[in-house]
Design a binder for this molecule. Structure first.
Ligand code: NAD
Length: 482
């Protein structure tokens, strides 16, 4: 990846310099070195992007397209992404420190999001409604909303952005994206690829910059017809109330503190691998991280032994290297936040069984050791708050009732894992857990076909699957006197 490059915004099919002339540094978290500079967007830049998106929405080159042709364009974008998958994987690894191995897998899967919604584009339709008076014909039209604003975090920039872009465009909207200030590069490249795929200029726009400046300006723009946000619960609450005050819809994918539950009848090898992957993949920087591990008392010691042995053997280092198993946190403040939580855990009385130290891995970057905390209880802040790092809190439980009570005693409700060989128990637990996604004998499975929704403080609205189309369309009822 070329270093010290300057990136502008991407508006109406062109790279546009920031109106303020200001840029900010984006760092490589594995080394702490400056990678590139991104444009510091402000309200003027956002207004320009929303205007371009509005014009593109009205333009016959987009609005006049048949739904079938719109689907073909999405498919073409999927094909172009597939051609550039390796390039995109490298950009994100440099930008947020995720393992190149993992990014290659994510980028290989990314076109599927476009293909899935390409297939749905010509299946969006209204209904004919039986009217009480036979002289009246009543039917519905499912229409696009207009300009959608998408605000995304740094942990999986392209996958999370595409989860919004694909259904938004499928339904005929245009989009303005504000990526995280820590990871602007891959989303800018995606917008360029949309032009290469044949999407009209202005359909996909990107304004980079800070949340309180560019993000807030996007949320406040009066021409926005919907906001789709993925990020922290705190920011999500502000965005939801701003959207509600203007009566526009918001889809919110927020934080988590997910339970990963191991019953004594589970295959302990698979369960321990699932626990390790659930919390240490992407250095714990996933919304669905299984950060609360509940283990049934009969197998507590054995499971803990397996998990700690594996945690000790995890190879920390350069995310570009094939042998590396744990990369850096995405930026210094995130590393410090994780370190602060582990210190807090110690003060609260937790035992740090493994890990518990920051390191630069000899590279100068922002790494933190895989960490296992025991002697923790549900009232401690390390158990209640999202750490977003490689820190697991492990707790014993007695039986199903006990663990359902403990697992559901949280403000979040994003995901949950259950490890058991008892089929009836698997179904019972799936029904009783207060989480939008429940995995049994697996963890982290995801697909554009499968709807996901955060319960409680983990979100509102559905992403992926067919249902999300409702959130990107509006319904019009037409009455005709025949
Ligand atoms: P964040 O809330 O700090 O930032 C997310 C985005 O919002 C960034 O682009 C940021 O610039 C922007 N933003 C910040 N303040 C804003 C404001 N006042 N107005 C408008 N935009 C603003 O979150 P983060 O630290 O980037 O991401 C980590 C969080 O994201 C974690 O809580 C994680 O659980 C969550 N997340 C959730 C999912 C999910 O699908 N539920 C997926 C990934 C990450």
């Amino acid at each position: 990846m070329p270093e010290n490059q300057r990136h502008g915004h991407f508006i109406a099919g062109e790279t546009v310099q920031p109106s303020s002339g200001e840029y900010f540094d984006s760092l490589n978290p594995a080394t702490g070195e400056v990678l590139y500079q991104a444009a510091r967007g402000n309200a003027e830049d956002v207004a320009r992007a929303v205007h371009a998106a509005r014009r593109a929405f009205e333009d016959t080159r987009w609005r006049g397209l048949s739904q079938t042709r719109r689907g073909r364009l999405l498919r073409a974008l999927g094909d172009v992404i597939a051609e550039h998958a390796d390039e995109l994987a490298h950009i994100e690894t440099y930008d947020n420190g995720k393992l190149l191995r993992e990014m290659r897998g994510q980028m290989a899967a990314l076109p599927e999001y476009l293909y899935y919604y390409a297939g749905l584009a010509d299946k969006i339709q209204g209904d004919v409604i039986p009217a009480s008076d036979r002289r009246l014909l009543n039917y519905t039209l499912r229409e696009p909303l207009g300009v959608v604003g998408a605000i995304t975090p740094w942990n999986s920039p392209l996958t999370l952005t595409t989860s919004k872009l694909a259904p938004a465009l499928c339904a005929g909207n245009t989009i303005v994206i504000k990526p995280s200030e820590y990871t602007s590069a891959s989303v800018l490249r995606l917008a360029e690829l949309a032009i290469e795929a044949g999407l009209p200029p202005g359909v996909v726009n990107v304004v980079t910059g800070f949340g309180a400046e560019a993000g807030q300006a996007l949320v406040d723009h009066p021409d926005l017809t919907k906001i789709s946000f993925t990020g922290s619960t705190q920011t999500g609450a502000r965005i939801a109330s701003a959207a509600a005050s203007r009566f526009i819809g918001s889809t919110l994918e927020l934080g988590g503190k997910s339970p990963n539950i191991v019953f004594a009848d589970a295959d302990l090898h698979n369960a321990s691998m699932g626990v390790v992957a659930g919390i240490f993949a992407a250095a714990g920087q996933t919304c669905i991280a299984g950060s609360r591990v509940f283990v049934q008392k009969g197998v507590y010691d054995e499971l803990l032994e397996r998990v700690t042995a594996r945690a000790r053997s995890i190879r920390i280092g350069d995310p570009l290297a094939d042998a590396t198993e744990l990369g850096p946190l995405a930026f210094a403040a995130q590393r410090d936040k994780v370190a602060g939580y582990v210190d807090l855990g110690r003060e609260e009385g937790a035992t740090v069984l493994v890990g518990g130290r920051a390191t630069d891995a000899g590279l100068g970057g922002y790494f933190y050791e895989p960490t296992v905390l025991t002697d923790v209880t549900n009232d401690m802040r390390v158990v209640r708050e999202e750490i977003f790092g490689p820190v697991a809190a492990v707790m014993p439980f007695d039986d199903e009732d006990d663990v359902v009570r403990l697992a559901n005693d949280t403000d979040f409700g994003l995901a949950a894992g259950v490890w058991t060989s008892n089929l009836a128990r698997a179904h019972r637990m799936a029904a009783r857990l207060d989480a939008g996604t429940v995995w049994v004998n697996t963890y982290r499975a995801m697909s554009p076909m499968s709807p996901r929704q955060g319960f409680k403080n983990s979100g509102a609205g559905v992403e992926h699957g067919t249902e999300t189309i409702r959130d990107y369309t509006r319904l019009k009822s037409v009455w005709i006197n025949t």
